[in-house]
Design a protein around this ligand. Structure first.
Ligand SMILES: NC(=O)c1ccc[n+]([C@@H]2O[C@H](COP(=O)([O-])OP(=O)(O)OC[C@H]3O[C@@H](n4cnc5c(N)ncnc54)[C@H](OP(=O)(O)O)[C@@H]3O)[C@@H](O)[C@H]2O)c1
Length: 242
C-alpha cells in the first residue's frame, strides 16, 4: 500500500482537469516531488513540481522524461482523449488507442525500472466505459477496455516485484472533456482525493465518484473479478513451474 507523503509522483496530462487536481492533491498530501507531464510548456509555483515535456504518443519524449527522473513511487497514467465517432473511420480508433492505450503502455514500460526499485504503484485512469461501451464514443470505449485489460495483466505480472497496479473506473467528472454534457458530474478535486485514498487503502479498482461508486460492490463480489483472480493464479503457477 502506497501513501503519498514524502513520495515522488508522476502525473501525465497534468495541466488541466483531473490531472491538474491530482497534482494539487499530491502536493497537499506532502509529496516530496511531483513530476507533471504536459504537452505544452507549463509551470507551477510549488518548487516540488518538476514539469516534464511528455506527449504520451511520442517515444522520444517518453525516453527523455524517464531519463530526467531519478526515483519514482507512483505513476499516474491520466492523459487521455475522448472524441465522438461511429466506427466508420479507422483513424479515430487509431487516435484513441495511441493516447489512451499505447500511451499508458509506453509510459509504464519506461518508468517500470524505477517503480520496481521503489516497490511503487501504477495508477491507470481508465473509465467506466471500460466496463460498458458508450456507442456514441465507441473508439474511446475500446481504448479504455484495452487499458483496463492491460492493468489486469500488469497487476498479475508485477505482483511478485511488489508493484501494485490500480485501475480507476471513473464516471462523469466536470472537466473540459465533458463540457456541454448536462449530466451529474463529480468535481475533479473529489476524484483526485478518492484516487489517492484508493491507492492508500490498496484497492485494485478505484471507483472515485458517485456514479462509479454505486458499482463498486457488485464488481468486487462479481464473476468477472473472481475470474481475474483465477486467471492470475493460473499464470502465477504456470510461470513458477517454468
Ligand atoms: N472527465 C470525465 O468525465 C472522465 C471520465 C472517465 C475517465 N476520464 C479519464 O480521465 C483522464 C483525464 O480526463 P479529464 O477529464 O481530466 O480530461 P481533460 O480535462 O480533457 O484533460 C486531458 C488531459 O490529457 C492531456 N492529453 C491529451 N492527449 C495527450 C497526449 N497525447 N499526451 C499527453 N497528454 C495528453 C491533455 O493535455 P492538453 O492540455 O495538451 O490537451 C490534458 O492535460 C482521461 O484519461 C479520461 O479518459 C475522464
Amino acid at each position: 500500500m502506497v501513501t503519498i507523503a514524502d513520495k515522488a509522483v508522476l502525473v501525465t496530462g497534468a495541466n488541466r482537469g483531473i490531472g491538474r487536481a491530482l497534482v494539487e492533491e499530491a502536493l497537499s498530501r506532502g509529496a516530496s516531488r511531483v513530476y507533471a507531464g504536459t504537452r505544452q510548456a507549463w509551470t507551477h509555483p510549488d518548487p516540488r513540481v518538476t514539469p516534464l515535456t511528455l506527449d504520451v504518443t511520442d517515444a522520444a519524449q517518453i525516453r527523455a522524461a524517464a531519463a530526467e527522473v531519478a526515483s519514482l513511487d507512483v505513476l499516474i497514467n491520466n492523459a487521455g482523449i475522448w472524441l465522438f465517432d461511429d466506427l466508420t473511420d479507422r483513424a479515430a480508433l487509431d487516435r484513441h488507442l495511441a493516447v489512451n492505450f499505447f500511451g499508458t503502455y509506453g509510459v509504464t514500460q519506461a518508468f517500470l525500472p524505477l517503480l520496481t526499485r521503489s516497490r511503487g504503484a501504477i495508477v491507470n485512469n481508465v473509465s467506466l466505459m471500460a466496463f460498458a461501451a458508450l456507442p456514441l464514443t465507441p473508439s474511446y470505449s475500446i481504448s479504455k477496455a484495452a487499458a483496463f485489460s492491460l492493468t489486469q495483466s500488469l497487476r498479475a505480472l508485477l505482483a511478485g516485484q511488489g508493484v501494485t497496479v490500480h485501475a480507476v473506473l471513473t464516471g462523469p467528472v466536470d472537466t473540459d472533456m465533458t463540457r456541454g454534457f448536462d449530466i451529474p458530474k463529480a468535481s475533479a478535486e473529489s476524484v483526485a482525493r478518492a484516487i489517492f485514498d484508493g491507492v492508500a487503502s490498496g484497492e485494485e479498482e478505484i471507483f472515485p465518484d458517485p456514479m462509479s461508486a454505486a458499482m463498486a460492490e457488485s464488481w468486487r463480489s462479481g464473476a468477472a473479478k473472481a475470474l481475474e483472480r483465477q486467471n492470475a493464479a493460473l499464470a502465477e503457477a504456470a510461470l513458477a513451474s517454468g
